[in-house]
Write a protein that binds this ligand. Structure first.
Ligand SMILES: Nc1nc2c(c(=O)[nH]1)N[C@H]1C(S)=C(S)[C@@H](COP(=O)(O)O)O[C@H]1N2
Ligand SMILES: [Mo]
Length: 247
């Protein structure tokens, strides 16, 4: 099956079509614009330091990064995607954006990558340190062109946990934070199934449940009303977990 990419528009140039999104020209433009735009972001935040989550040395990496919540997806679609090496997996960017995107794993791996060794803290009382690699979400949101009305990014996942679709959300400060990445590698290897293969969010300044695994889509919205039960996430809706789970 031929995957149809959405229209990709960057500045004045328009790239339409199926495979054009993989062209290096496309990535080059994204990167140029991302750099300018990051400078803009720093200014917008008053030129002050953006609080970074602590990063660790390689020697601190946990020997085993356990899984939690969904650790395997038994739908035919997911099993087939895995068999296929996730060659047809896509992450869509939709909602309040100028240019909706549909990014393949190849597209995500082709963007500039960030690698960070961070500590994951789960409310259930465990932590683990891992090395995560993937593109910054800000690069992708810049390519999509976030509209001024957008206030939140909603993250859609492939798993259904006890009858509910897992999802999460964050505000744009966190979405655009330098350590917010779409990780497709853990400790230098493709993301294991239990940790959210083929790609998961890392939102390093917040607790574990915010880090949506098995990512299929990112939606830019003005309000969280009408999304799930309206509290911004799977556990927020069900267990009253805090929406802003800062650590
Ligand atoms: N799609 C999805 N994302 C999820 C979950 C889940 O069940 N499904 N569990 C969350 C919780 S509570 C934690 S602590 C982390 C666990 O990440 P890990 O499986 O890599 O340890 O993923 C979070 N993201
Ligand atoms: Mo968790």
């Amino acid at each position: 099956m031929r995957r149809r990419n959405f229209l990709v528009v960057l500045g004045a140039s328009v790239v339409a079509g199926c495979d054009a999104v993989g062209d290096s020209s496309w990535f080059g433009k994204v990167v140029d614009r991302a750099q300018n735009w990051h400078r803009g972001l720093h200014r917008a935040l008053g030129g002050g330091r953006i609080a970074m989550a602590p990063e660790f040395s390689r020697s601190a990496i946990s020997p085993f990064f356990r899984g939690n919540g969904t650790q395997s997806i038994d739908t035919g679609t997911y099993r087939a995607a895995m068999e296929d090496g996730f060659a047809n997996w896509t992450v869509t960017v939709s909602g309040l954006v100028e240019h909706p995107l549909e990014l393949s794993m190849e597209n995500l791996r082709g963007l500039p990558q960030r690698t960070q060794i961070t500590r994951h803290d789960c409310v259930e009382g465990w932590s683990a340190i891992g090395e995560w690699t993937g593109p910054q979400l800000s690069t992708i949101l810049d390519a999509a062109g976030v509209r001024p009305e957008a206030r939140f990014a909603v993250f859609r996942c492939a798993d259904n946990l006890n009858g509910g679709d897992y999802y999460e959300s964050c505000d744009l400060d966190d979405a655009l934070h330098p350590q917010t990445i779409l990780a497709h590698q853990l400790n230098g290897e493709p993301l294991p199934e239990r940790n959210g293969a083929p790609v998961r969010l890392r939102l390093e300044r917040q607790l574990g449940y915010k880090h949506a695994k098995y990512l299929t889509g990112i939606e830019l919205v003005e309000s969280l009303d009408g999304i799930g039960e309206g509290k911004g996430g799977y556990w927020e809706d069900r267990a009253g977990y805090q929406w802003y789970a800062g650590i």
